[in-house]
Ligand binder design. Structure first.
Ligand code: AMP
Length: 284
């Protein structure tokens, strides 16, 4: 049986008697196959699996995005139960940020470009809440999706700098048949927008194909993405990027691991996706 807990105290008490090692899967709920893959991996590699469900107000830079974020706890709990999760922590906001809470975790250079530039304050909110979760749970490992590639890098930097012993494990992006990365936000797409959405993946694969053919000029790879995205008039491009795989600085020439990524708007919904360009990787 999955135990559903609300307070920090309940969670600490449950973890005090739980078999080690503990694997943590932080989520904002509206669980889908991407989350399920993280839960399965956590279960395989740990004796106790903890899933957190918390729509973190501090990581939304637009208030309406927070209020319209989809929520369905009953359904989420059924999914966690089906995946054999031991503990779900679904706290109210004041359990995570009690009265008087007055700390923020600010990650540096790796948090600034791309999503950090497009969503000011977003990664401060992410790093802060994940530091709290790491502190409360004390897990051996925590599981995150490669779909949010920059998030993984920001959290790794935070955990390293703050000497938090939790290992950050990145898991492959889970996709629909047509290539669209699963996301809780997909639920907001109209049928026309949903039909257009696979172009994100096609754009990244266009860049990947050029890269596989030996193209190392970053601007040409960005051009391949922009050209492909232009096939869908509903898509409004926010950014396309080919950046250093370690620093996330935009590249002129690729001479090592790189990350191709993009963010677009489809109507009122913002979607992101990415592709690692590194010898030895297959399209992800
Ligand atoms: P979220 O609930 O959207 O904050 O996501 C919680 C975790 O699930 C994050 O680590 C995400 O990167 C991960 N995730 C979201 N979508 C996917 C996906 N399609 N494939 C794999 N992981 C995902």
């Amino acid at each position: 049986m999955t135990r559903v807990l609300r307070t920090r105290a309940e969670l600490r008490e449950a973890l005090a008697g739980a078999p080690e090692p503990v694997g943590l899967v932080p989520t904002m709920g509206w669980l889908h196959e991407g989350h399920r893959a993280l839960m399965r991996r956590a279960r395989q590699e740990n004796a106790t699996t903890v899933v957190t469900i918390f729509v973190n107000p501090r990581q939304f830079n637009v208030a309406s995005d927070y209020t319209r974020y989809p929520r369905n706890e009953e359904r989420d709990l059924a999914i966690a139960q089906a995946e054999g999760v031991d503990i779900v922590w679904a706290p109210p906001v004041e359990e995570v940020y009690p009265p008087g809470f007055d700390t923020a975790v600010l990650v540096g250079a790796v948090a600034r470009p791309l999503e950090g530039a497009a969503r000011p304050g977003h990664f401060d909110g992410v790093a802060t809440v994940v530091a709290i979760l790491f502190g409360i749970v004390g897990a051996r490992r925590a599981y995150f999706g490669q779909k949010d590639a920059q998030q993984v890098m920001v959290i790794r930097q935070m955990a390293r700098d703050l000497a938090i012993g939790t290992e950050v494990v990145a898991c492959p992006t889970v996709r629909e048949q047509d290539g669209l990365a699963l996301s809780s936000r997909n639920v907001h797409l109209t049928p026309d927008e949903r039909a257009a959405a696979p172009v994100l993946r096609r754009a990244l694969l266009a860049a990947r194909a050029r890269w596989d053919d030996g193209e190392r000029d970053a601007e040409r790879l960005r051009g391949a993405m922009v050209e492909t995205l232009a096939e869908e008039p509903l898509v409004e491009v926010e950014y396309v990027s080919v950046a250093d795989g370690v620093t996330l600085r935009e590249l002129d020439i690729l001479d090592g691991p790189a990350l191709a990524s993009l963010a677009v708007r489809l109507g009122a919904t913002r979607l992101i996706d990415n592709e690692i360009l590194d010898p030895g990787t297959r399209p992800g």
